[in-house]
Design a binder for this molecule. Structure first.
Ligand SMILES: [Zn+2]
Length: 150
């Protein structure tokens, strides 16, 4: 989301609430520190295209639950998971499309989860990804093990 004051893109969400059929977010610009409000109408309209071609309405709670499951018993605050979902949504909305493939969401989750928690990352990958992606995860596990040994 672009800051209306300094036009920079980095902002953090300080408050999120439902507004009509969209979402109203209060944001703070990480560049100039000023706050601004955004309304996201696309939330209600966003559809996910699954790998078998089926479409379903984007469900924030479902995504939240899947990440929570992958991070079960890990030292991660619920607020961190919510922030991660917000970052994923920001990414998806920035594409400006009414439909996105589920891999787009999955790979963004993985990218962010990798920074947050390695175990959660690997669990999410093994539960939700398909074989081709699992190969990439195996490479990742090998890399992590090598790092630990070094
Ligand atoms: Zn700014």
């Amino acid at each position: 989301m672009k800051c209306p004051y300094c036009m920079e893109f980095d902002s953090r969400v300080v408050d999120t609430r439902a507004a009509g059929d969209g979402i109203r977010r209060r944001r703070e610009c990480l560049h100039c520190g000023r706050r601004f409000t955004t309304y996201e109408q696309v939330v209600a309209a966003l559809h996910i295209v699954k790998s078998d071609g089926r479409r379903e309405a984007y469900d924030r709670q479902k995504l939240l639950n899947s990440i929570r499951l992958a991070c079960a018993k890990r030292p991660i605050a619920m607020a961190d998971i919510e922030r991660l979902v917000e970052q994923v949504e920001d990414h998806v909305y920035s594409l400006g499309k009414a439909e996105v493939r589920s891999e787009v969401i999955g790979s963004k989750v993985l990218e962010l989860l990798k920074e947050l928690d390695e175990v959660g990352y690997i669990r999410f990958a093994t539960i939700y990804l398909e074989l081709a992606d699992l190969e990439a995860v195996r490479d990742e596990i090998d890399r992590l093990l090598k790092e630990k040994r070094a």
